[in-house]
Design a protein around this ligand. Structure first.
Ligand code: RP5
Length: 161
């Protein structure tokens, strides 16, 4: 499996909400590249990217807001896994959530929460970790760090209030 994730967003205005995904990929040492491509404004380029993606990437993360068709149009043009991040540009992100998650049968998009960029990167890492034991160990460590952070918060919350 090629150890590379493509992160695509529909507009440069999405970047701040996508950065947590990029930070996770960096922290886990996963090779990635970042792209701005729009389902509606660069349709031909987006489809061309998706059709060639299997040559370079193992997973594609697509972030878009409003009528968020980016993940869907990418998924329709590749068989590598596509993870969708609905971005909260308008309507609290419900518009993007439904546009991303409500795919017809046969063309799945693995959709994370509204602005759930971090989970998109973790899910992509879990896919890559299927045949990468080093990455798998890093994910186990990340889970353990999360567990310890909650236990630490639990042990101090009463005294803090
Ligand atoms: C979507 O429309 C983008 O993903 C962005 O979330 C939203 C607004 O885009 P801009 O008008 O800021 O370029 O396609």
């Amino acid at each position: 499996m090629k150890n590379k994730v493509a992160v695509i967003m529909g507009s440069s205005s999405d970047l701040d909400k996508v950065k947590p995904a990029i930070n996770v990929l960096k922290d886990l040492g996963i090779a990635y590249s970042v792209h701005i491509l729009s389902a509606h404004r660069t349709t031909d380029e987006t489809i061309a990217f998706a059709r060639d993606a299997h040559k370079t990437y193992s997973v594609i993360i697509c972030a878009a807001g409003m009528a968020a068709h980016l993940a869907g149009i990418v998924a329709a043009n590749t068989t590598i896994p596509v993870i969708g991040i609905p971005i909260s540009a308008r309507l609290g992100g419900m518009d993007a959530l439904l546009s991303t998650v409500q795919m017809p049968s046969g063309i799945p998009v693995a959709t994370v929460a509204i602005d759930g960029a971090k989970n998109a990167a973790i899910l992509s890492a879990q896919i890559l970790a299927l045949d990468d034991n080093t990455l798998s160990q890093k994910l186990i460590q990340m889970r353990d760090d999360g567990r310890k952070a909650i236990l630490e918060a639990n042990s101090t919350i009463t005294d803090a209030l």
